[in-house]
Write a new protein. Structure first.
Length: 112
């Protein structure tokens, strides 16, 4: 699947996990974008479009600062693991920017 938001980076195929999009930048930094992270990013794009450029700039800064990043939905249960990489969830990017989306989902009121 193509993630248009990451078009400025160079995609590559990781032979060990072809289901997670992998990229490098012009400086040789590498990173992965797991589908769960991307779903969260799209949610922010939809609900906080006015802040989306700031979110993408923070992602770019994270890549340049850390050089090897796995953007994941859940750092405790990532899809992939790689030595030397750090994990970042969408809220690790958006919370420091004070960009929030309220999660109004809740369990059913009809429990037994």
């Amino acid at each position: 699947m193509t993630y248009d938001e990451f078009n400025k980076y160079h995609p590559f195929v990781d032979a060990e996990n072809k289901l997670v999009n992998a990229y490098t930048d012009d400086e040789g930094n590498s990173f992965y974008v797991e589908p769960g992270f991307y779903d969260g990013l799209r949610g922010f794009k939809e609900k906080r479009a006015e802040d989306f450029d700031r979110i993408m700039a923070a992602i770019d800064e994270t890549i340049k600062k850390n050089h090897k990043v796995i953007f994941t939905a859940d750092f405790e249960y990532p899809w992939i693991t790689r030595d030397g990489y750090i994990y970042r969830e969408i809220h690790d990017i958006t919370d420091p920017l004070l960009i929030f989306v309220e999660d109004k989902s809740r369990g059913s009121d009809y429990g037994d």
